[in-house]
Design a binder for this molecule. Structure first.
Ligand code: IPM
Ligand code: MG
Length: 363
């Protein structure tokens, strides 16, 4: 079986972590009959430097004409002075919107080997296994009106709008409940319904959709409380469903519970296809230094095999390879603790690819 995958390494550490993800994919290509045909394109700052825009129509078409998209990271200080409409981040937002990827899944699971890498006490984080289901194509990121205008008195005004239609809420809520049925059957809806009308509607619709999933337990939390609960008692969460903006913030917070944001993969899904990317950014401060943790990207590859290509066994093998690598004590600097072996980005990729191959061969 052959599938087409568009690969956008992007900027900063995106380039070096994508190299590691490719090592894993090549091993899978070699050993199994699931062949991924990787077609590379430019997105973000890399595209701006070459074409003057963060994503050309050709590269957008490349993504549209692929079965899945794999993305590294975009952005960096070099492009920060640019207008929002042509910033590197726009590439990401355009891909999400144009591909209709309304559901962003960000699982935060603690590998037992990493409980000491978390900044929280080991006994608090050891049982964490949650997933943030973030709405990705609406809300504050996209709704109109938006932008900066100049008022009559010459002073400027900046506007973004928090707006959601019932349909947008319904489909993300449904996705969250569906995911919960495969897990511990608990959904926490996160909103700010005590203040924001748009999220009061959000809560109402979530409650309506819940009627179709009586086996799933539903509770509600205001976003400020949720931010606090995530560090107070994170093991209480199974599925967190929330809007685009809150999901952006809470998923960064959740990632740190697992030891490092360098561990957190993500899948963005719509009616078809999917885009897979680490939840972290391009980390320009460590780019090109062989320090970046490639695990979030490699785990995103695992999610791609699982969700888009329905190859659960391959996904399991990759996840197991990551776990074995950690078990044997290999660590990139971000998750290094005393008594473990520090390795660079490239070495980490080699080891995980090798172990993936071993596991697949023994299956
Ligand atoms: C993320 C990132 C993006 C977002 C940025 C880079 C546009 O923070 O994927 O969480 O805000 O969605
Ligand atoms: Mg973010």
């Amino acid at each position: 079986m052959e599938h087409r995958v568009a690969v956008f390494p992007g900027d900063g550490i995106g380039v070096e972590i994508m190299e590691q993800a490719k090592k894993v994919i090549y091993k899978v290509n070699e050993i199994t009959d699931v062949k991924l045909n990787l077609r590379e394109g430019l997105a973000g700052g890399a595209s701006i430097d070459k074409y003057g825009v963060p994503l050309t129509d050709e590269n957008l078409q490349l993504a549209i004409n692929s079965d899945a998209v794999l993305l590294g990271a975009v952005g960096g200080p070099k492009w920060e002075p640019l207008d929002y409409s042509i910033r590197p981040e726009r590439a990401l937002l355009t891909l999400r919107k144009e591909l209709g990827l309304f559901a962003n899944l960000r699982p935060a699971k603690v590998f037992p080997q990493l409980v000491d890498a978390s900044t929280l006490k080991a006994e608090m984080v050891k049982d964490i296994d949650l997933i943030v289901v973030r709405e990705l194509t609406g809300g504050l990121y996209f709704a109109q009106p938006k932008g900066v205008t100049t008022l009559e008195d010459g002073r400027r005004k900046g506007v973004n709008t928090l707006a959601y239609t019932e349909d947008e809420i319904e489909r993300i809520a449904r996705k969250a409940f569906e995911i919960a049925t495969q897990r511990r059957k608990k959904v926490t809806n996160v909103d700010k319904a005590n203040v924001l009308e748009a999220t009061e509607l959000w809560r109402d619709v979530v409650v309506e959709v819940h009627k179709d999933f009586p086996e799933v337990e539903l509770n509600h939390m205001y976003v400020d409380n949720c931010a606090m609960q995530l560090v107070r008692y994170p093991a209480q969460f199974d599925v967190i469903v929330t809007c685009n903006m809150f999901g952006d913030v809470l998923s960064d917070e959740a990632s740190m519970l697992t030891g490092s944001i360098g561990m957190l993969p993500s899948a963005s899904l719509g009616e078809k296809g999917g885009m897979y990317e680490p939840a972290h950014g391009s980390a320009p401060d460590i780019a090109g230094q062989d320090k970046a943790n490639p695990i979030a990207t490699i785990l995103s590859v695992a999610m791609m095999y699982r969700y888009t290509f329905k190859e659960g066994k391959i996904a399991d093998a990759i996840e197991k390879a990551v776990e074995k690598t950690l078990e044997e004590g290999y660590r990139t600097p971000d998750i290094f603790t005393q008594g473990t072996t520090q390795v660079g980005t490239g070495k980490m990729g080699d080891i995980i690819a090798e172990k993936t191959a071993e596991i697949l061969k023994n299956n």
